[in-house]
Design a protein around this ligand. Structure first.
Ligand code: S3P
Length: 171
């Protein structure tokens, strides 16, 4: 299949562990587009890890940085943007995403996400029982993720997920 022509930014949304960063980078490679990850950008700009930002300045401060970063990255030029899992849960950030990007929701069940994230300690909102925390985040966010342009099953292997996104974008 020829790569679909992309005319505007594409944002990947979904819970932690859905593969937004790795799949986003692969998608960008296949489409010949620049790739950005909002958490990485925030880390680069502040010189802090996301965990440190949460610990020192709190989640509300992180959400402001996240909104500003996503606002800056989403112009009119086509690119692939991996967002943090909570970006769609913030009204102002969601509005920016919905108006300026084609949104791809990578959806996978919490037990699969928990298995992928096992042993990783860098996500402050996932402290405690990992699978239970993911269930809670999913319950609060699912209706918001549903506003995405495309819902893609993110449980299969990554090459299949990338192929499913390319096919959805070509429709
Ligand atoms: C968050 C997800 C993280 C990061 C921050 C908050 C969330 O990104 O933005 O820890 O609210 O779900 P990933 O989805 O890449 O893990």
């Amino acid at each position: 299949m020829n790569a679909p022509l992309i005319h505007r930014p594409i944002a990947l949304v979904g819970l932690p562990g859905a593969g937004k960063t790795t799949i986003g980078a692969r998608l960008a490679g296949q489409l010949g587009l620049p790739f950005f990850d909002s958490d990485e950008e925030i880390g680069r700009e502040t010189g802090e890890t996301i965990a440190n930002l949460f610990a020192t300045h709190g989640e509300a401060h992180f959400r402001i940085l996240e909104r500003q970063t996503i606002d800056r990255l989403l112009g009119t030029a086509p690119l692939i943007l991996a967002t943090g899992g909570g970006a769609m849960a913030e009204a102002a950030t969601r509005r920016i995403l919905l108006t300026r990007a084609t949104i791809v929701w990578l959806d996978a069940p919490p037990p699969i996400l928990a298995a992928r994230l096992e042993g990783q300690k860098d996500r402050p909102l996932l402290a405690g029982n990992l699978e239970q925390r993911l269930e809670e985040l999913q319950a609060g966010r699912q209706a918001l993720y549903r506003a995405a342009t495309h819902r893609i099953d993110a449980a299969p292997p990554q090459n299949a997920v990338v192929a499913a996104i390319l096919s959805a974008l070509a429709d």
